[in-house]
Ligand binder design. Structure first.
Ligand SMILES: Cc1cc2nc3c(=O)[nH]c(=O)nc-3n(C[C@H](O)[C@H](O)[C@H](O)COP(=O)(O)O)c2cc1C
Length: 186
């Protein structure tokens, strides 16, 4: 079986965002495996209009098309989830509305007061509507771990339970990615 092509979607574009730490950590874990070809998809690189917006520039439209086309290169996704007011960020929700995830698996890595759990649960419902398969194991980076990382005292890779959760999540994601790739081709 060829390697599963996995895109890591960075769900926050905020200046000084934490999102880059988990994105790089998961990309590193995935890159070390023999069964995944990984790429980071940073929403900063895709400044799109909001879905259905009237005054949309040509550049925004082209970027949205580029985003949708880019997503079609992948067999599955890891979404890096910041929790804003108990939900996903607006920029991520918009990228989902403008995207294409049909019949592909999606895994979630969240952080915040309760490890991004509330935003992730909303995203699981949203991705059902996108025709995607939600991977069971979530990775939840809790506030104490978040703090040590932003203070530079530790890295996410220093936490054995996070490595274990992320490894299990990637195992499940690859299983789904291969199964659904075969099913789509049939
Ligand atoms: C608008 C806003 C709303 C937030 N709401 C929540 C929240 O509901 N739950 C939570 O755990 N953290 C919340 N936070 C704190 C975030 O977890 C923290 O700022 C995190 O770093 C945001 O991700 P980012 O840095 O990648 O953008 C909020 C932060 C912002 C900016």
């Amino acid at each position: 079986m060829s390697k599963a092509k996995i895109g890591i979607i960075v769900g926050s574009t905020r200046i000084g965002r934490f999102a880059e730490y988990p994105a790089k950590w998961v990309a590193e874990l995935a890159g070390k495996r023999g069964d995944i070809e990984v790429e980071i998809l940073d929403l900063i690189d895709y400044p799109m209009h909001f879905f259905g917006e009237e005054r949309t520039t040509t550049a925004q439209n082209e970027t949205a098309e580029r985003w949708k086309k880019k997503l079609r290169e992948f067999d599955g996704f890891v979404v890096i989830v910041a929790e804003y007011n108990h939900g996903p960020t607006a920029v991520l929700k918009n990228a989902i509305d403008l995207g294409d995830f049909i019949q592909k698996p999606v895994a979630f890595v969240g952080y915040g007061g309760v490890g991004g759990a509330r935003a992730i649960e909303q995203l699981r419902l949203i991705f059902v509507e996108m025709g995607s398969a939600s991977v069971k194991t979530g990775v939840h980076i809790a506030y104490p771990e978040y703090l040590t990382v932003i203070k530079g005292e530790k890295t996410l890779g220093d936490y054995a339970h996070l490595n274990e959760a992320a490894t299990s999540q990637l195992d499940q994601l690859v299983w789904w990615a291969n199964a659904l790739k075969t099913a789509r081709a049939a």
